[in-house]
Design a protein around this ligand. Sequence first.
Ligand code: URA
Length: 282
Amino acid sequence: MNAGTVSREDLAALLKWYVDHGLDETIGEEPIDRFALAAAAPAAPGPPPNVAAPTPIRAAAPPPAMRAPVPLESPQLAQDARELAARCNTVAELEQAVRAFEGCALKRTAKNTVFADGVPGAPVMIVGEAPGADEDRIGKPFVGVSGQLLDRMFDAIGMSRARDLYITNILFWRPPGNRTPTLAEQAICLAFTRRHIELARPRVLVLAGGTAAKAVLDTTEGIMRLRGKWTSLRLDDGTEVPTLPTFHPAYLLRTPASKRQSWLDLLAIDAKLRELGAKSAS
Ligand code: URA
C-alpha cells in the first residue's frame, strides 16, 4: 500500500479492522515469520515409540526469536498446571509458579501477569474473569472502572482491599482485545486458581460474573440463575468454602437497575461473615 495515496478514512478503517481482530498492541516494527523460524530450528529428539512426549514447562522462556513451537492447546498443559500448582504450599510459591509458567498462550501477548491484590488470607476472596487493559498495564486485578465500583460496593459493608479482601481472576493474563478465552486457556489458569483458593483459605468466596461462576463451579448454569444463591465449593484438599456468585461490576455499570440485587448479595456476604464469626458487629 502506498502511504502517500491512502486516505485518513482508509487508515482509520484499517486500524479498526486490527482492533476488531484483537490486534491492539504494537510489539515490533517488522513482522516476524515464526513458521520460517520454527522450520529452521534444529529438530528436538523425539520420545521413544508409544511414549507421549511430556509438555515442557519452562521456568524462563528463551528470547522469542529462538522459541520453539509449543502446542498451546494441548490438554496436557492443564494437567501440567495442576501438578505444578499442587506442589505449591503457599500463596507466594503459587505466585512464583504462575509468573514462571510459559504454557498459556495468553502470556505471550500480555504485558503483565496479573496475579492478585489485597490481603492473602483475608476473609473474603473475590474471583473475577480476566484482566482488562488497565489491569494488564498496572499488573493488578480490578483497577479500572469496574474495579473502582467493586471497591465502592465493598466499602458500603465496611470492607476494603487493604484489609479484608483478596482479589484475583480465573485468568492471569489479558486475552488480546479482551476476546473470550478459549476453554484450554481457562482450564490451564483454573488449575492455578483452584489451588489459589485452597492456599488463600477465605471464609467466603465471591464469584464476580458468569464466566468466573461457570468456570469455578464447573456448571453450565448462567449467572441469572446462579446469582445470590449460596453454594459450597469443595476443593481438591477437601475444604468446603461458602461461595456466592454475583453480578460482575462491569455488568452493573451497563445495567444499573441490577445494583439492587447486588446490594442484597453484599448484605448476604456481610451476614454470612458474621454468622461465621469472621466479622464483628459494627
Ligand atoms: N474484569 C475482571 O473480571 N477482572 C479484572 O481484573 C478487571 C475487569
